[in-house]
Ligand binder design. Structure first.
Ligand SMILES: [Zn+2]
Length: 112
């Protein structure tokens, strides 16, 4: 099955690229495309809205816990999956459903 985001290039996009299902908006070519496509699959498998809810929960509790936007952002399991694999061209072809879940332990302080 060959499905994926509807990619739309715009002159300027916050953070360079952003995924809002079913779209990925971006303003330059590069590995951000794979990063955002990972978020696209995360959103699809969580039926969109629960993704945003969980994403916000991980971020907000992370912010309370670490009192640091960068740490809260980079330790979010959805971001960990996207960052760890964004340079692996074949990753999305072999990705398992709910692959972000393996990074939840990292949020709770386990080593990866
Ligand atoms: Zn991301």
């Amino acid at each position: 099955m060959n499905i994926g985001p509807i990619k739309i290039r715009l002159p300027a996009v916050p953070y360079g690229a952003i995924c809002i299902f079913p779209f990925v908006f971006y303003d330059r070519d590069g590995h951000d495309a794979s990063h955002e496509e990972t978020h696209w699959w995360q959103q699809l498998e969580l039926l969109i809205l629960p993704f945003y809810f969980l994403y916000a929960l991980f971020y907000l509790f992370g912010l309370i816990r670490w009192r640091d936007h960068q740490v809260a952002y980079y330790r979010n399991p959805f971001e960990v999956e996207a960052y760890v694999n964004e340079l692996d061209d074949g990753y999305l072809d072999d990705r398992r459903w709910y692959a972000w879940m393996r990074h939840v332990g990292y949020w709770f302080g386990e080593h990866e």
